[in-house]
Design a protein around this ligand. Structure first.
Ligand code: SF4
Length: 296
């Protein structure tokens, strides 16, 4: 049985940059605070903990003074920067440039759409760090839509500008876009259609992986998808694998592997999310070898 690690899987440049920045900073200090998990992968968080990275939440941030805090790739809302200034906290800003650009676009759409009473709609996960940062650009007035049911929060008699969290699935975004179009038309059969501006702001590091993963998933008998359970990008990419290879399994680490998954398999493909470190996929490959005596 052959075991292959997908060369396109692993960290996107945003996460790689944030981890590099944290590691650089920790060379000069014993402890560095990071607001939220630096990456949605508990194995990597543990590795960085050993080097001095301390994860804190927003409540803990409020108690800190005169120290350094790293902002991870997901970005932060304006309130975080304000709080840091007030409490003499030096921010090590590792926000991904793609997220920062999207924050600017959302802010611009919000500010320029006020006169026309435009609603900013974000297709994303409520409570996700990136979504909190994006909604913060709109003074938390943005409407967050995750499922079809959430569309009830939109007023279809007013203009809508739609964005997506960078790590959502492309298919999901276009489905929501089509539903909004449909409802705008239904609600305005006898009147002029309100403006609708849909912005596919899914990161290309994510959307390009869908077609790559589709091919990879179909090429192997069994797929082992490695990701942290909290990673929204992980969930989206795993569903792509599952759709194209029913023998796809989601694991957080090699301890979750089960021998029967590999019965009669000639090839196994290992892949992961944009938050999955390469060392972890290599560890999972070794775990499969040990479990099945395969050749890597
Ligand atoms: S997925 Fe894209 S937007 Fe998100 S951190 Fe990675 S590079 Fe940045």
């Amino acid at each position: 049985m052959e075991v292959t690690i997908d060369k396109n899987s692993g960290y996107c440049f945003g996460v790689e940059f944030a981890i590099e920045m944290a590691e650089d900073e920790m060379r000069n200090c014993e402890e560095l605070y990071c607001l939220g998990d630096i990456v949605h992968n508990s194995m990597e968080v543990q590795r960085l903990y050993a080097k001095g990275l301390r994860i804190i939440d927003r409540e803990q941030l409020k108690e800190l003074r005169d120290c350094k805090v790293l902002i991870r790739a997901h970005g932060e809302p304006p309130e975080t920067y304000k709080l840091a200034l007030e409490n003499n906290i030096e921010l090590i800003d590792a926000s991904c440039p793609v997220v920062l650009k999207l924050q600017n676009r959302v802010k611009h759409a919000f500010d320029s759409g006020r006169a026309a009473d435009t609603q900013i709609v974000i297709y994303g996960q409520v409570g996700h760090a990136e979504v909190i940062g994006l909604a913060g650009q709109t003074r938390d007035e943005a409407i967050i839509v995750t499922t079809e049911e959430d569309l009830a929060k939109i007023d279809f008699n007013r203009p809508v500008t739609l964005f997506s969290q960078t790590t959502k699935s492309t298919k999901g975004f276009y489905h929501i876009k089509a539903l909004i179009e449909e409802r705008l038309q239904q609600a305005n059969q006898d009147s002029k259609l309100p403006a609708f501006d849909a912005n596919d702001s899914i990161c290309r590091q994510v959307s390009n992986r869908e077609p790559q993963l589709t091919r990879f998933a179909a090429e192997h008998d069994v797929i082992i998808f490695v990701s942290g359970k909290k990673s929204s990008n992980g969930k989206a990419l795993y569903s792509v694998c599952k759709q194209h290879n029913p023998r796809s399994y989601f694991v957080e680490n090699e301890e979750e592997l089960e021998r029967e998954w590999f019965t009669d398999a000639a090839s196994v493909g290992i892949c992961g999310a944009t938050s999955t470190p390469m060392w972890l996929m290599q560890q999972v490959a070794k775990g499969i070898t040990a479990l099945t005596e395969a050749v890597v």
